[in-house]
Design a protein around this ligand. Structure first.
Ligand code: MN
Length: 578
């Protein structure tokens, strides 16, 4: 049983250790006494006094060394929701700033259409609205989530699952976007434990039973490294860690593997004092062990959009033995764990405007749209909180897209009309299917036709909710008038003209076989040629593959030349006669 007396002592100890000034400590203690009075008689599902929850949240916040307003908000955050006290009372007593923060983390309770999922979506909408005004609200909410998630076992299974799912859909991605990696990992692990308790236990057991083996391995690597680095007079520190269970789990699921077949469960982190040393160490590591191709990443030269900086490499230690090594400076390490978000609000005031935070601008746009609660929730989930990739136009304009986006999503992102007229796409000069997944850093060229040509099947191909909406809108508008396509919209004539002038927007060349129709992955109007080697005839079984320069080549399904085509498996396409 957790007692409030112990927790308030703990809070005061943390405040003292973090050197909060006396007058602030007094204010925080006063807020505690007030909240305690308000929650008097209320119990948590665990049977503990309710005040133990706001106290735990406040302790968590104080450990992060946030300002006094945030800690006070942590203490007061459930007062309006759960007691007779109103937001106005709170403003009168504690001022506008704290009232705004509390309001941001308070659930919506009164809503006309009171379905549970609508209330959930509206609550998130309000919270994110407040977050745009004051970033601190989300850090308080995340601290609240961590405590609620770590006391989930006291709730009925249904509710537990619902809360865990929402955590994975909204809160852990939000923490990641803000660079608060410790919080993100913790929330993911707690949610995973609630959703898949058996797999969680299985991973934990495996990790524990291999502990000695791991220690030996780490010791051996460290020794080798130490020798080399000391010879080069480099100052460094080595930390070892087990990857967080949720990421092990997603790997097991993605590759359909058992845990004993996941080879990079452990990681090493090398901390040094400057950037030059990071690169030196990187080189030295590669001179000792062979790196796994495609696994080294330079997030120092190219930081992630949440500000994350580090060098990553995975090296081969022996047969089926790998280890991931991260190299970074001490400062980077602190930023990566604690989040740049928390750092820059100290310096710049509370408005989260930062060039690295492009997603916040996308979020602002979504907040301004009048979406239904469900459409809003889906958009936030799929378009805003997904990991992002960067896609270039042939003119080097850069677009941030959610991971998993297709060329069609990209076309609609450039402009609605480019989307409607999208006929094909090239990535790095090669034709790719409209349904393929775009990869980070691709140069994507959208081929357009003169007239709009959307298809209903596009709705399921597109991954972004915004593109889906535009396609649905197109068909709704056209169904109303009973015509095949609507006249091009003139809302952004200049932008559209620019898009049209670009070389990548030229209509596709006419297919050489004008009278014969081929559906490529279900798509009409793709650029294709028949292979001369087997010259397929209509109705014969066929298969397509993507060439480097001549569009899609159609072969007979049993053409023997296929076997000699390099990389055929990765470049093949489903094609049909239409
Ligand atoms: Mn709470």
């Amino acid at each position: 049983m957790v007692l409030k007396e112990d927790l308030i002592n703990e809070l005061n100890e943390v405040l003292a250790a973090k050197k909060y000034p006396e007058d602030q400590v007094a204010l925080i203690n006063e807020a505690y006494r007030f909240a305690d009075k308000q929650h008097k008689g209320q119990l948590r599902s665990s049977g503990e006094e309710y005040i133990t929850h706001p106290l735990s949240v406040a302790i968590y916040l104080a450990r992060m060394n946030v300002d006094k307003e945030m800690i006070i908000t942590g203490l007061l955050h459930d007062v309006v929701e759960d007691t007779g006290f109103t937001m106005q009372d709170l403003e009168n007593k504690y001022g506008k700033k704290i009232a705004l923060l509390v309001d941001g983390v308070t659930k919506i309770t009164k809503l006309k259409s009171a379905s549970k999922s609508d209330i959930k979506a509206e609550t998130i909408r309000k919270m994110l609205f407040t977050m745009i005004l004051d970033l601190r609200v989300i850090i308080i909410k995340l601290a609240d989530k961590i405590h609620n998630m770590s006391t989930l076992e006291h709730l009925p299974p249904e509710k537990r699952k619902r809360i865990a799912t929402e955590t994975l859909e909204i809160y852990s991605p939000l923490a990641g976007k803000l660079g608060l990696n410790i919080i993100k990992n913790r929330l993911e692990n707690l949610a995973f434990k609630a959703l898949e308790p058996n797999v969680y236990d299985e991973i934990e057991e495996f990790i524990n039973s291999n502990k000695n083996h791991r220690i030996d391995m780490i010791h051996l690597i460290s020794k080798k490294l130490k020798n080399k680095l000391e010879k080069n007079n480099i100052k460094f520190k080595i930390k070892s860690r087990v990857k967080h269970y949720y990421s092990i789990y997603t790997k097991m699921k993605k590759f359909n593997k058992k845990i004993e077949n996941i080879f990079d469960l452990y990681g090493l982190r090398i901390i040094t004092d400057n950037i030059e040393n990071c690169y030196l160490i990187f080189g030295i590591i590669h001179s000792i062990w062979k790196p796994v191709h495609g696994r080294f990443k330079d997030y120092i030269a190219n930081p992630k959009s949440n500000g994350y900086k580090s060098l990553h490499t995975t090296v081969i230690l022996g047969k089926r033995k790998f280890i991931e090594i991260q190299i970074r400076t001490k400062k980077m390490d602190e930023m990566n764990e604690f989040g740049i978000a928390a750092h820059w609000y100290y310096k710049k005031g509370n408005t989260p405007v930062d060039n690295n935070m492009k997603w916040l601008n996308s979020l602002k746009k979504v907040q301004e749209q009048k979406l239904s609660p469900q459409a809003y929730y889906q958009t936030i989930r799929s378009d805003i909180l997904k990991d992002e990739i960067y896609i270039f136009t042939p003119k080097n304009d850069i677009f941030e897209m959610p991971k998993g986006s297709t060329p069609l999503d990209f076309a609609y992102r450039i402009h609605t009309e480019v989307g409607h007229r999208c006929k094909g796409a090239k990535a790095n000069g090669n034709i790719i299917p409209l349904s393929s997944e775009l990869k980070n850093g691709m140069v994507v060229d959208i081929i357009t036709s003169k007239e709009p040509c959307p298809k209903r099947s596009w709705i399921s191909i597109c991954k972004t909710i915004q593109a889906k909406r535009k396609i649905r809108h197109y068909f709704r508008a056209n169904d109303d008038h009973g015509v095949v396509h609507e006249p091009p919209k003139k809302e952004h004539p200049e932008k559209l003209k620019k898009a049209k002038d670009r070389p990548h927007s030229q209509p596709a060349k006419k297919n050489q076989n004008k009278n014969i129709g081929i559906l490529v992955e279900g798509e009409k109007n793709m650029l294709f040629n028949f292979a001369k080697c087997c010259n397929p005839k209509p109705k014969e079984p066929i298969i397509g593959f993507v060439t480097r320069s001549r569009g899609i080549m159609i072969h007979k399904f049993d053409c023997k030349n296929i076997n000699s085509i390099k990389d055929f498996e990765n470049r093949k396409l489903n094609v049909n006669w239409s």
